[in-house]
Design a binder for this molecule. Structure first.
Ligand code: HUF
Length: 698
């Protein structure tokens, strides 16, 4: 049972329980042999188990060393503890930090201490600052050995509030029926990030929300009815049939990804399974020595290839109706001819079409301007020659496209064919969940517990002066105020970086500005409508709406583009807000259009949609909130995406520091981009980089 719990703890911590993480492997290869890897992994997994069992209290060094059980392993356990701690696998978030027993007893007389400036108090900045604060305390002795006091962390935030793109807007529930008493808390609705995808043990937000802050939460019921443009529910059989066809198009198109290049960023060591795994080699040689001996053999592959994991072909199989994210599984794309596949799905083939008829996407895929959208449109139009697609089928297909555009915050014609789902395969399994009473409690909790962070609000940074060699000081200039620092962590959103009104001195190098240009940053907006009482089926959390193209009944794919994302998906978030409220998404081109459409027009259109479904008695809302993330000067959009010219390692390049300037944010994490948990993890990563710079490698 203990062993099982340890294995589970590693898996939930995004690690392979049976193999070294790439970074762990690099750290350990000079210290342990292949034969010792299993013992090491048992210790590591044991420490992770301790952590996840009670993340309110950090694992102390002694406790961690206790996982070794045998004195000969104490040194290794010590190193392992440092690695887990610095990399943010344990003791992150709002936990009581265990202070080392050998910490300095007296306040030191050191006058030296480093300053770290963290720009931005969204989830990445707060995650980073909180972890740096914890590391400063836990490494107090090491800092003293360096002749310093622990570093001080100062956060600079442009807005007057915390949370960034996590933003719970207060709603005035006074004219609405209160669904339940919030014990004096205000009623609020999420204007920004909202759903915690895969709320499961080990998901860092699960650790924060449930394990540490004990916030109430609500798991969304995944069943989602689709209403056609006339307000009638879509026949579920037809819905399924079209969804299969859409998924098949996605699968065929995914066959033309970056050819011969790794297409996925598999997190941690999930793609490097066998790295450093127990071999049958002699026990007394370190991993490095054994590898050198192997590399000297004539048939050995070049060292550069030895560390590459096996290529995994992951095929899109379905798209999540609540989040628009595509689920993948290992497989062979386009294994069967299109007509054969369509027949298998239950479609009747057009007259004269035989089962050996296939799509031919070769020519379209070769075009250098090809995007996910252009190739999908081609696939859909070729399928039209194989099966009869009705106008309703087109509306259904375009609803799925809108859903995909929602998760990418951009028209799918502006997505890289190779990179659009670079993160697929890294999600946790749990349910999609929302925090009851406001997601804002998470950034607030991070800022306050276990002790308040040092945050200066209303400090919009105008200029960052840094040292590209990393040895000198840095300066951060705000309008009224400048701060000298040894390290700067920028969590400035990609949209703001693209906009170019934050100056860098010296200018960022071309390898960085190129990526800022290549990665995409689009807009998803929301229309939030508060009512006196619910007129919808309150058992249902999500419903979708199919939209007509501009010229109704058109069978031309391009005519759906501007309409398909308008109010395409609705969330009944009354249970989380405490008042009757609906929230509609504006995705793809519709997200951009929202920026310059009047509130009244949007509310009128929303009401028209609702009346078609719920009848003519649907009242006007008592309050309406329209988000305009594109016009927000501290965001300039909603979240990042794989722009058409994207290169496979762009997210990693985005994360790479330049001298003493470090980067975090949802746009710096290719394994979980565009999400709140990704932002948080990127902050932990940046904290770990700064810690290594201050303390030296483990
Ligand atoms: O913008 P941030 O929150 O970015 P992040 O930390 O990467 O998290 O924080 C940056 C901070 C802000 O506080 C700015 O004010 C500040 O930096 N800043 C400056 C500055 N310029 C900026 N400070 C000082 N000086 C300057 N010059 C918009 C949106 C997002 C999501 C969803 C919906 C909408 C409408 C639904 C959703 C979701 C998720 C979801 C994305 C995350 C985002 C993260 C970034 N969602 N994520 N589930 N997102 O689809 O997991 O349901 O919100 O990735 O919050």
């Amino acid at each position: 049972d203990y062993a099982h719990q340890c294995i589970e703890a590693a898996e939930r911590s995004r690690m392979n329980p049976y193999a070294l993480h790439q970074d762990e492997y690099l750290m350990l290869r000079d210290h342990i042999s292949h034969a010792q890897v299993t013992t090491y992994l048992n210790i590591r997994n044991g420490i992770l188990r301790l952590w996840l069992n009670n993340p309110r209290i950090g694992v102390a060094r002694d406790e961690a060393i206790g996982c070794a059980k045998d004195v000969r392993w104490f040194d290794v356990a010590n190193v392992c503890y440092d690695w887990l701690l610095r990399r943010g696998y344990i003791n992150y978030g709002c936990c009581e930090v265990p202070l080392s027993k050998t910490r300095p007893k007296k306040p030191s007389l050191n006058r030296k201490r480093k300053t770290i400036a963290v720009i931005g108090a969204g989830l990445s900045g707060l995650g980073c600052a909180r972890h740096l604060d914890a590391l400063a305390k836990q490494y107090a002795r090491q800092f003293q050995e360096l002749g310093e006091d622990p570093p001080i962390v100062i956060m600079l935030e442009g807005r007057s509030r915390l949370g960034g793109r996590v933003y719970s807007r207060a709603v005035d529930g006074s004219r609405s029926q209160r669904l339940f008493d919030f014990k004096g808390k205000r009623h609020s609705v999420e204007a920004g990030g909202m759903i915690i995808t895969g709320f499961d043990r080990g998901q860092p937000l699960h650790v924060l929300v449930r394990g540490q802050m004990a916030l109430p939460y609500y798991a969304l019921k995944p069943e989602a009815i689709l209403y056609d443009a006339n307000g009638k529910p879509v026949d579920s059989h037809r819905d399924l049939l079209v969804e299969k066809l859409y998924n098949d198009c996605l699968e065929r198109v995914s066959d033309y990804k970056f050819k011969n290049e790794p297409t996925k960023l598999i997190e941690g060591n999930r793609g490097l399974m066998d790295e450093g795994k127990d071999g049958n080699s002699e026990g007394n040689k370190t991993i490095a020595q054994t590898e050198e001996a192997t590399a000297a053999l004539p048939q050995a592959p070049p060292v550069s290839q030895q560390s590459l994991g096996p290529r995994v072909d992951l095929v899109p199989v379905s798209t999540d109706r609540a989040t628009g994210r595509t689920h993948v599984e290992p497989g062979t794309p386009a294994a069967h001819k299109a007509a054969f596949k369509a027949k298998e799905m239950g479609w009747a083939l057009k007259e004269g079409v035989t089962v050996d008829r296939d799509l031919d996407l070769e020519a379209a895929a070769k075009d250098p301007t090809t995007t996910l959208g252009s190739l999908m449109d081609e696939a859909i139009s070729q399928y039209r020659e194989i099966v009869d697609l009705t106008p309703q089928d087109y509306r259904l297909i375009n609803w799925h496209i809108a859903n995909l555009e929602y998760s990418n915050a951009i028209n799918y014609n502006q997505l890289s064919l190779g990179g659009w789902d670079i993160d697929a395969g890294n999600e946790w399994e749990g349910k999609h969940t929302m925090v009851v009473g406001g997601y804002q409690d998470v950034p607030w909790g991070l800022s306050m517990s276990p002790s308040p962070l040092n945050i200066v609000k209303k400090s919009a940074v105008k200029k960052i002066t840094y040292d590209p060699d990393g040895k000198g000081r840095a300066r951060v200039d705000c309008e009224q105020y400048s701060l000298e620092a040894d390290y700067v962590v920028s969590t400035i959103p990609l949209g703001v970086l693209k906009h170019g009104n934050v100056e860098f001195d010296p200018p960022l190098p071309p390898w960085k500005t190129d990526v800022i240009g290549r990665l995409g940053f689009g807009i998803l907006n929301k229309i939030i409508l508060v009512y006196q009482e619910a007129f919808w089926d309150s058992n249902c959390d999500i419903f979708g709406v199919l939209r007509n193209p501009l010229s109704r009944h058109s069978l031309r794919q391009s005519e759906y583009t501007s309409q398909r994302g308008r109010f395409f998906q609705w969330f009944n978030v009354s249970n989380m807000s405490g008042v009757p409220v609906l929230l509609a998404l504006m995705a793809g081109d519709a997200g951009f259009d929202t920026e310059h459409t009047k509130n009244d027009d949007l509310v009128a259109e929303a009401t028209e949609v609702l009346r078609s479904i719920c009848g003519p008695k649907v009242p006007n809302p008592t309050q309406a909130i329209v988000t305009r993330w594109g016009s927000d000067k501290f965001a300039r959009g909603s979240y990042s995406s794989a722009g058409p010219g994207m290169k496979p390692d762009d997210y990693e390049t985005m994360a790479r520091p330049v001298g003493n300037l470090y980067f975090a944010g949802e746009h710096t994490i290719g394994t979980h981009p565009a999400t709140v948990h990704g932002a948080y993890l990127s902050g932990l990563r940046a904290a770990s980089e700064v810690a290594d710079a201050m303390l030296g490698p483990i």
